[in-house]
Structure formats: C-alpha cells, structure tokens
Design a protein around this ligand. Structure first.
Ligand SMILES: [Fe+2]
Length: 253
C-alpha cells in the first residue's frame, strides 16, 4: 500500500552540459521552450581563483506550470556547467566525462509531503544520503540528497536524487508572487551540494545510493526470476534484507 509520503512528484531536474552547450542550451530553452526572462528563476556566477572573469555556473528555467496547484506545479530545469578554469578539478567535468560528455541529467528532485517520514523510510532500508536534511532559514523548504546510482565496482554515474518538501506558507506564496523568484533556489543549498560532490569526487569515494553489498544481496534474491515474475513475496524478502542490512550497519557504526 502506497503511503502519503510516497506520493512523489518531480520538483525539478538538474542538467549538466559541456561549456560549449551552455549558452546554446539557454537559447534553445528561450526559443524552443518559450522560456521568458521572467521564467529564469535563478542564475549563479563565480569568479574562480586565477580566473580573469566571472563565469555563469547555473541557470534554472521554469519550463511550464501546471494549473491549480498552489504554485507547486512548475517544471523547472537547473542547468550547470563546469565553470572552473582548465586545470582546476571539477566534479561536474568528471561527471560529464564519465557519461560520455555533452550533457547529462544529474539529479531529479522529487517532492514529498513528508520528507522526514520518507527519509526515515529510505534510511531504514539502507539508502545512503550524502547530506543531512538541509533546512532553509525561512523553513519553507527542506531537502536531502541521495548517493549516486552506481553498479558495484563501477565508476560513479553522476546520477542521484534530491528529495524535497515545500510548505508554501503565506510568506513563501507572497514572495513567489513578487519579484523574488530565486526563492525556489538557494545559494546555501546549491553551493553546499556543489562542495559536497566536489569533495566526494576529489577523494575518489563517491557514496552510492545503496552499498555494493546490499546491491549484491538484492541482485541475488531477484536473480532466479525475470522482472515480470517478481512477486510481492519476493519484494517483501528484498525489503526484509534491506532492513536487516541497514540495522546491522547502524549497529556497526
Ligand atoms: Fe536540486
């Protein structure tokens, strides 16, 4: 049975592109998707040490908005380029390289009405998160980022999930209606995640969505059957294994 906190909808997606694609992507968004300048919700620049000028790191475009959703039905794509100067390490460049370059969907943010419940649910089943639950100062947004979807023993995929809960109180709705469109994205959380991923990629220890050992156990349980033959009982067995794994690991820590 699906629980209310498992009612996940796409909140926004983040798209990594090569620098050569960055402005072209912007133009395509504006022209092909009809993104108005007012629908560019966020744009962040950086002047990296040793660089002569500022570089745009990311922009977020509202590409559509559903009706009657109290302002929460928008479709937003945040685009990030490796803005670091050549010679400086960049996890964004590494992610693109690992994925064959050009462009790469990095994370999809899924909104839940109860992030704490979702987080507990996932943690108790061995899902790894790379950040604690980040809370915005104004407390209308909380978010958390998962580990990457990586096959055991393989290179980091650069693909992960963000889970968010937005509580559109009167303050937020008022702000959204006014000029402050950036209330959808925060420097603190954008830069916080950026630094976290950079640290992971520099250390070579990229946290996976689930540990390789758990991955292998699930794989083993499901190995004898084709997908269409996986039963509720099989899934219950997988879930038990996940819970057991998470519990044991928690005790070990
Ligand atoms: Fe995000």
């Amino acid at each position: 049975m699906k629980k209310p906190f498992q009612n996940l909808v796409v909140d926004h997606m983040t798209f990594l592109v090569e620098p050569r694609f960055y402005k072209v992507a912007y133009a395509l968004f504006r022209i092909i998707f009809g993104v108005d300048s007012g629908d560019i919700l966020y744009e962040k620049r950086s002047r990296w040490p040793g660089a002569s000028k500022e570089e745009s790191m990311t922009f977020a475009a509202r590409i559509g908005e559903a009706e009657k959703t109290r302002g929460l039905g928008q479709s937003i794509i945040a685009v990030v380029q490796p803005s670091e100067p050549r010679g400086q390490k960049s996890h964004v460049r590494d992610m693109l390289k690992n994925r064959g370059g050009s462009a790469h969907w990095q994370h999809i943010a899924l909104r839940t009405p109860d992030l704490l419940a979702f987080h507990r649910h996932a943690s108790e089943r061995g899902v790894n998160f790379i950040t604690p639950i980040l809370k915005d100062a104004e407390e209308d947004l909380i978010q958390v980022f998962s580990g990457e979807w990586i096959l055991p023993g393989r290179a980091p995929s650069g693909i992960f999930f963000e889970f968010v809960q937005r509580s559109p109180g009167r303050g937020l709705l008022k702000k959204l209606a006014a000029a402050n469109r950036q209330s959808w994205f925060r420097d603190k959380t954008f830069l916080g995640l950026y630094q976290e991923k950079e640290t992971e990629y520099r250390s070579g220890k990229v946290v996976p969505f689930i540990d390789p050992e758990l991955f292998s156990r699930i794989e083993k349980i499901l190995a004898p059957k084709p997908l269409w033959k996986i039963s509720k009982a099989d899934l219950a067995r997988v879930e038990r294994e996940m819970k057991r794994f998470a519990k044991k690991r928690k005790r070990g820590n």
